[in-house]
Ligand binder design. Structure first.
Ligand SMILES: C[S@@+](CC[C@H](N)C(=O)[O-])C[C@H]1O[C@@H](n2cnc3c(N)ncnc32)[C@H](O)[C@@H]1O
Length: 191
């Protein structure tokens, strides 16, 4: 793997926020969409009680697995290597109310954030948290569009702007935009 891709991992202070939230809310069951090497997943798993579970999704997980094993938390993780949407659809179809998640963290393909949101609202319990990473997209969501904007900004920007507007108008959640990393949106399911 190209080491420059380390920018994909959440920054340490964001890992700490995830951990703090999980502990404060006594979360036991979480789901993470977009694992990469598993840095945010490790922060999550360390914060869960021993009988907690982090259900996750595809990627370069093998690179991070030795660190997760060294931390002794691999038993809390059920890793699912797959496109996220079919896995979420299966959860929506099969999950009973008493099996619902306390917490979800989404850090995957931005174009699908709206699709993930609709499904997560059916499998995260009322009062639970759904967090979306990169919702300020390196600050570009607040910049006027201009022809000199680099491609990596223009590509994700439109999807994130559209998604942020959808969240702001969604009565099923209460939300808080945190300026950490390149933006973290914390949604609490209220309906
Ligand atoms: C930014 S990285 C996640 C980084 C992770 N939060 C961390 O701190 O290490 C995004 C990950 O989402 C995965 N991903 C992208 N689209 C996906 C999809 N449709 N289904 C499942 N995973 C996806 C990518 O393979 C990549 O590993």
């Amino acid at each position: 793997m190209n080491e420059n891709r380390s920018v994909m991992s959440v920054p340490p202070e964001e890992g700490q926020i995830l951990s703090m939230l999980l502990k404060v809310m006594n979360a036991r069951k979480t789901i993470e969409i977009g694992v990469f090497t598993g840095y945010s997943l490790l922060s999550t798993a360390l914060a869960l009680p021993n009988d907690g579970k982090a259900n996750v999704d595809r990627s370069n997980y093998k690179i991070g697995l030795p660190f997760i094993e060294k931390a002794g938390v691999e038993g809390k993780i059920k890793f699912i290597e797959s496109e996220a949407l079919p896995v979420l659809d299966k959860f929506v179809q099969e999950m009973n109310e008493d099996e619902m998640f306390d917490f979800a963290f989404v850090d995957a393909d931005k174009e699908n954030y709206s699709n993930y949101h609709e499904r997560l609202l059916k499998i995260v319990k009322i009062g639970g948290l759904i967090l979306y990473d990169n919702t300020l997209w390196f600050g570009s969501v607040a910049m006027p569009m201009n022809p000199d904007m680099p491609k990596y900004l223009t590509e994700g920007r439109e999807s994130i702007i559209k998604f942020n507007k959808e969240l702001a108008a969604d009565p099923r959640i209460e939300l808080c935009q945190v300026c950490i990393g390149d933006g973290l949106t914390i949604c609490r399911r209220v309906d």
